[in-house]
Design a protein around this ligand. Structure first.
Ligand code: GDP
Ligand code: CA
Length: 325
């Protein structure tokens, strides 16, 4: 069975680990992951791809279990040294082991290789067990329009500065993908969507992870038009994100933080949207009828990824929907 999944960082990676590694998933699956690169940033001369690396490290067994990003057993000597020099940004969490990945990536990009090929080369070491592709090979980074914290002037800052330095506390007026006009889907992206047996949207941030990938020209249309069923899992439980600040992203695009509102935002494929099915947490089961009214089949199941098997059970529920139909 060929499964294609879009993915951000932690939510996407943990779900995919359940899908590919859990004892609760027994079917043979061949998984392609299209990862968000809107979070990418150049820091201290190196290119960092947080979501690609979170997926690669999580599936490859190198992720920090506690932080959910970066490497297990990480040290931050280079970051501390850079801070002593007084070089900005000092707020970005650049780990020493992680730095090796960024150095190789940057060297390869500078030698002219596209990000998709560089990612494949990095995966030779990590063996994530999926085919991992960036959404695009072009630089296309998310910026956030906010009021300057001191002057009040309307400015745009890089998504990472807004998310990490300001903890998403500065009210966002808008998200802008700088470079979107030049961006094309990376090789294999559209094929993977059109030739899949199933499309999965894991519980990733609907705005700055899934939304960013969908904005790449051709991707939204491919998901609307693929013969494969499209199943999404809600990152919102009980009107709140499980982790992170997705609520701050949703309010910027005038979407309420609820499982129903995210389903409405994605829309049903029968009405020009992208969802056939939407899985919500059992604690939100009151919303099932409202989601069905949108033309989206809904089920309520446990959606907390407390461990690999819990994530695997979620994946299994998604696969069962396809087999039942
Ligand atoms: P990021 O790039 O690291 O922010 O990761 P993603 O975009 O892939 O995922 C972030 C989203 O994952 C957040 O909106 C969380 O609410 C969601 N999330 C994290 N853990 C869980 C979980 O255990 N269950 C569900 N349903 N969502 C989760
Ligand atoms: Ca991310």
């Amino acid at each position: 069975m060929k499964i294609t999944s879009l993915a951000g960082g932690i939510g996407g990676a943990r779900f995919l680990r359940g899908l590919t590694q859990s004892e609760k998933v027994t079917r043979n699956v061949d998984v392609t992951v299209i990862a968000n690169t809107g979070d990418d940033i150049w820091v201290h001369g190196v290119r960092v791809c947080p979501d690609l690396d979170t997926v690669m490290y999580t599936l490859g067994g190198g992720i920090s279990a506690e932080r959910g990003w970066g490497r297990e057993g990480e040290t931050f000597t280079a970051k501390e040294e850079l801070a002593i020099y007084g070089v900005e940004p000092t707020w970005f969490g650049l780990g020493d082991k992680d730095l090796a990945t960024h150095l190789i990536r940057t060297t390869s990009l500078n030698a002219g290789y596209p990000l998709s090929e560089v990612t494949q080369a990095l995966c030779d070491r990590w063996e994530p067990g999926v085919h991992l592709i960036p959404m695009t090979d072009q630089r296309c980074e998310t910026h956030v329009v906010v009021d300057h914290p001191e002057t009040g002037a309307r400015i745009a800052m890089h998504f990472q500065e807004w998310w990490i330095r300001y903890g998403a506390q500065l009210p966002a007026h808008e998200f802008i993908q700088v470079g979107l006009d030049q961006a094309q889907p990376a090789p294999g992206v559209i094929d993977a969507i059109m030739n899949a047996d199933l499309i999965l949207l894991p519980p990733s941030n609907p705005v700055v992870s899934i939304g960013t990938i969908l904005a790449i020209p051709g991707v939204h249309d491919a998901i609307r038009n693929t013969p494969a069923p499209v199943i999404g899992l809600s990152p919102i439980i009980n009107n709140a994100p499980v982790r992170g600040m997705a609520d701050a992203c949703l309010s910027a695009i005038n979407v309420e933080t609820s499982a129903v509102s995210v389903a409405r935002h994605y829309g049903s494929r029968s009405s020009g949207g992208i969802l056939d099915y939407w899985l919500i947490d059992h604690s939100d089961s009151d919303s099932l009828a409202e989601i069905e009214d949108l033309g989206i089949s809904a089920r309520a199941i446990p959606l907390l990824m407390t461990d690999i098997d819990a994530a695997g059970a979620m994946a299994n529920s998604a696969l069962d929907l396809v087999h039942a139909n």
